[in-house]
Design a protein around this ligand. Structure first.
Ligand code: ASP
Length: 360
């Protein structure tokens, strides 16, 4: 049971957590951009708190988020393309076993790996997605191949695997994705699901069914010097998913969206709820309309309030999670209703920063 009021989330009966709301405004008062480029990334949201992460793990995650920002920055600072920067940042996280994407992905109920990814470009609103793929080492590259090399937006399953091979993308055995902590997570999930089937479902609460069983989806959004925005997301989905379940990450408009008129966004959280709200497009559309109605760029505060409102709407349906966003006017921010979210931002106007917990 929880309620979301202005900036405050009630978790259960006692814990009160602030909804994280961080917006950096790098736009000039007249709307002229100060930041020539900007980049924002996430590595998943969830019940991430200091008591659950060792100092070593904390440092490891921060170093990897920094490395992902560095990879994107190397492209953007040289005048490179937003989509290239998004892909470079995401690939760093896909290759790292700490994140639920590429290596380190969560397991399905059948003890396999089934990966989802998407990318979108804001200039053309071209997009590409892959759902339920099994052998592509870096699923974000497959999303890009779907966008650039096919007539389609979303490919799935065996067909997506075949297209990936045709495109010459690196293929790996399923074992490549496996990590001991994800194997353990599936075992624990199955135990709890079986307990639920025997009638103790109430005691398990929502966490057992979803919230604790997926951290580390990765995503990025970038604004390049030409004013183009791109965004992308990559995930293994949710531990113990069955029946070909697909989450929001490969769904354009739910987990990912980019539109040069409004925003770039990548989401992470309980995918079903993000799909139902259409979180990514909902956010971009609200920002675009705010800009159109006032005939000027919305303030950082307005954009952040919009992000918080969309997360609250998703939370009101029963979901949880977060988003990262940036705008064509230089604002960069996050919004999430979970205790933590792995995240980071950088731009030509500010030093890069990374964070894990809700209170930083
Ligand atoms: N949104 C992802 C999914 O539902 C999972 C996550 O972001 O943690 O598949």
């Amino acid at each position: 049971m929880r309620a979301l009021t202005k900036g405050i989330m009630l978790l259960g009966a006692s814990a009160i957590l602030p909804v994280a709301a961080v917006a950096e405004d790098h736009s000039a008062p007249n709307g002229e951009k100060e930041a020539n480029w900007s980049l924002v990334i996430h590595g998943g949201a969830g019940t991430i708190s200091r008591d659950k992460i060792t100092a070593e793990k904390d440092a490891e995650i921060r170093a990897k988020l920094t490395q992902a920002l560095d990879a994107g920055e190397a492209i953007l600072a040289e005048g490179g393309d937003a989509a290239d920067a998004v892909i470079a940042a995401i690939m760093v996280l896909e290759d790292d076993p700490n994140f639920n994407a590429g290596k380190g992905a969560v397991l399905t109920w059948e003890e396999t790996f089934s990966l989802d990814s998407s990318i979108m470009e804001g200039a053309t609103r071209n997009a590409g997605s892959a759902a339920g793929v099994s052998a592509t080492k870096n699923p974000i590259l497959l999303a890009r191949a779907v966008m650039d090399k096919s007539r389609h937006v979303l490919l799935s399953g065996a067909g997506a695997d075949a297209f990936s091979q045709e495109q010459g993308l690196e293929q790996v055995e399923q074992d490549y994705f496996a990590t001991p902590h994800r194997v353990k997570a599936l075992e624990a999930f199955k135990l709890r699901m079986n307990a639920a089937a025997k009638g103790s479902a109430k005691a398990m609460g929502q966490d057992a069914l979803g919230r604790d069983w997926r951290f580390g989806t990765v995503g990025a959004a970038a604004l390049d010097e030409s004013g183009n925005i791109a965004a992308g997301t990559s995930t293994g989905g949710m531990t113990g998913k069955r029946w070909g379940r697909i989450g929001d990450s490969p769904i354009i408009g739910a987990g990912t969206y980019a539109d040069n008129r409004s925003c770039g966004i990548s989401a992470t959280g309980a995918g079903e709820y993000f799909i139902r709200v259409g979180v990514a497009q909902e956010f971009c559309t609200r920002v675009r309309i705010a800009a159109e109605v006032s005939e000027s760029p919305p303030s950082a505060e307005t954009v952040q309030k919009t992000a918080d409102a969309v997360i609250a709407e998703m939370g009101a349906l029963g979901g949880s999670g977060g988003i990262i966003y940036l705008t064509p006017w230089g604002q960069i921010g996050y919004a999430f209703d979970t205790p933590g979210m792995y995240r980071g931002m950088a731009s030509s106007a500010q030093p890069k920063s990374v964070a894990i917990y809700g209170d930083e």
